[in-house]
Design a protein. Structure first.
Length: 464
C-alpha cells in the first residue's frame, strides 16, 4: 500500500479488518457443516439453516445498518458491530443444539451487518477517483481472500480441534481492529435523520419467510399450509418493503437505481455472488461427504483462488480505474463460467489434481478480474454523501443472492448432494456466472473522469 498516504493506509487497514470477520465467518462455516451435522444432527436442512440464518439477518439488516452508519457516524457503528460480533461468535461456539446455534448465527449476522457498509464507506469518504479504485482493489483482495481462505482455516480447526473453535477465529482480528479504530480520527458529520426501523423489520421478516419456505418445502411440500403461509407472507412483506422505499427517508432509495452503473452493477452482483455462494457451499460439503476428503483437504481445494485473488485483484482494480470496469466485469464472469464447467470432469473415481484444481485456477483468475472493478463501478457511481447506503445496498444484494441460492440447494441438486447433484450445481453456477458477464457488457459504462478531492480533512491520533 505504498501508493497511499499514512491516513489512507490506516483507513484501508481498518476497513479490511472490520469486513474481514464478516466475510470470513460467512465461508469458514462451510467445511464445518458435516461435523456440525454429525454432532448436533439435522442433516442437510440444519446445514442450510446454519448458513442462511447468518445470511438472513446480514442481508436484511445491512440496509438498516447503512442508514444508521450515515446517520450516526461510521466509526461508532463499526465499534458497536465489532463488539456485538465477538459476543455472538462466543455464543455460536458454545451452542448445545441446532436451535441455539441457528439463533446465535442470526445474531452474528445482525452484528456483521453493522460492519461491511461502514467499512467501505470509510474508503469512499476519504478517497475518490483512481486512488479509490486502487484502495477498493486492495480491500477486495484481502476481504475476498478471507472468504476463500475461510474453508481452509475451518478445515484445520475441524480436523485438529473442534468445529466450535471455527467461530472463535475472528476474536483476534476484532481486537486488532478496535485498537486501530481508536487511532482513527475522521471529520464525520452524522446527519440528524430518522432511521426507518419498520423497513428494516419488513425486509428481515420478508426474507425470513421466503427462505423458510424454500428450505423446508422439500420436507413439508409446497401444499403444506405452513409453507404456503410463510412463502406468501414473506412475499407480501417484501412488497410492502419496496413500496415503503418510495418515501424520502428510505433504507434503499430507489433513486439510486436511476444511476446506470449502480443499477446494472447490482444486477450483475446478484448473478455473480449467487454463483459464488453456490459453488462455495457445494465444494465444501461434497468434497467431504461425496469424495471422502477430510475437512482440511476440502478447505485446501480453494487455496488457488485465494492466491490468485491476492496477486491479481488489486492490480485489476487499478487497471479498471484507468480503462473502465466494463471489460473486466464481462470477461471475468465468463472465465469463471468456464471454470465451473470444468467441475463436470469430477467422477466417482475422484482426483483433485485433474478434476478440481484446473477449475479453481480458472475461477480464481476470473474472480480476480471481476470483484474489484465491480465494487468500484458501483460505489464510484454514487456521491460520497450517500456512500454508506450505496455500499449497504450492494452488499445486501450480494448476501441475498447467496441466501436464496443456498435456500434452493435441495432443488438445484435434486434433493441429495451426490455426484449428479454436484454436476447440476456446477451447471447452475456456470449459467449464473455467464449471465452476470452478459449483464455487465450490456449495462456497464465507463464513468466520466473525476478529479481527486483537493484535501480530505483527516488525521490519525488518539480518540475517534
Amino acid at each position: 500500500m505504498s501508493a497511499f498516504t499514512a491516513v489512507q493506509r490506516l483507513v484501508i487497514s481498518v476497513a479490511i479488518l472490520a469486513s474481514f470477520v464478516t466475510f470470513l465467518d460467512g465461508t469458514v462455516v462451510t467445511v464445518a457443516l458435516p461435523a456440525i451435522s454429525r454432532e448436533l444432527g439435522g442433516g442437510i436442512t440444519t446445514q442450510q439453516w446454519v448458513v442462511d440464518a447468518y445470511l438472513i439477518t446480514l442481508s436484511a439488516l445491512i440496509l438498516l445498518a447503512g442508514s444508521v452508519s450515515d446517520a450516526y457516524g461510521r466509526v461508532l457503528v463499526m465499534r458497536i458491530g465489532l463488539i456485538a460480533f465477538g459476543v455472538a461468535s462466543v455464543a455460536v461456539a458454545a451452542a448445545p443444539d441446532p436451535l441455539v446455534l441457528i439463533v446465535a448465527r442470526a445474531a452474528q449476522g445482525a452484528a456483521g451487518a453493522l460492519l461491511v457498509p461502514s467499512s467501505l464507506a470509510l474508503i469512499t469518504a476519504v478517497m475518490r477517483g483512481e486512488v479509490q479504485s486502487r484502495a477498493i482493489g486492495v480491500w477486495t483482495a484481502f476481504t475476498t481472500a478471507a472468504q476463500l481462505a475461510g474453508p481452509l482455516l475451518g478445515g484445520l480447526f475441524v480436523d485438529y480441534l473442534s468445529w466450535r473453535y471455527v467461530f472463535l477465529i475472528n476474536v483476534l482480528p476484532i481486537a486488532v481492529t478496535l485498537v486501530l479504530l481508536s487511532r482513527l480520527k475522521l471529520p464525520e458529520h452524522p446527519r440528524d435523520t430518522r432511521v426507518d426501523w419498520l423497513s428494516g423489520a419488513l425486509c428481515a421478516l420478508g426474507l425470513g419467510g421466503v427462505v423458510f419456505a424454500l428450505i423446508e418445502q422439500p420436507n413439508l411440500g409446497w401444499t403444506s399450509p405452513v409453507i404456503l403461509v410463510t412463502a406468501a407472507g414473506g412475499v407480501v412483506l417484501l412488497l410492502l418493503f419496496l413500496l415503503r422505499q418510495r418515501s424520502g427517508n428510505a433504507l434503499m432509495p430507489l433513486s439510486l437505481f436511476r444511476v446506470r452503473n449502480f443499477a446494472w452493477g447490482n444486477l450483475a452482483t446478484l448473478f455473480v455472488y449467487a454463483a459464488l455462494s453456490l459453488n462455495g457451499f457445494v465444494i465444501g460439503v461434497y468434497l467431504q461427504q461425496g469424495a471422502g476428503l477430510g475437512a482440511t483437504a476440502a478447505g485446501l481445494a480453494s487455496l488457488p483462488m485465494t492466491i490468485l485473488m491476492i496477486l491479481v485483484s488489486s492490480r485489476a482494480g487499478a487497471w479498471a480505474g484507468r480503462l473502465g470496469p466494463r471489460l473486466f466485469m464481462t470477461v471475468g464472469p465468463l472465465i469463471m463460467a468456464a471454470g465451473a464447467l470444468l467441475l463436470l470432469t469430477v467422477a466417482e473415481r475422484f482426483d483433485y489434481w485433474w478434476q478440481v484444481l484446473p477449475s479453481m485456477i480458472v475461477m480464481g483468475l476470473g474472480l480476480s478480474l471481476t470483484v474489484a472493478p465491480l465494487t468500484a463501478a458501483i460505489l464510484g457511481s454514487i456521491d460520497e454523501r450517500r456512500s454508506g447506503i450505496a455500499s449497504a445496498v450492494n452488499n445486501a444484494v450480494s448476501r441475498v443472492a447467496g441466501l436464496l441460492v443456498v435456500a434452493m440447494l435441495s432443488t438445484i441438486v435434486g434433493g441429495s448432494l451426490d455426484l449428479p447433484g454436484f454436476h447440476s450445481a456446477a451447471l447452475v453456477t456456470a449459467t449464473l456466472m455467464a449471465v452476470g458477464g452478459v449483464v455487465s457488457w450490456i449495462g456497464i459504462r465507463r464513468p466520466p473522469a473525476e478529479p481527486l478531492p483537493a484535501a480530505t480533512a483527516t488525521a490519525a491520533g488518539d480518540g475517534d
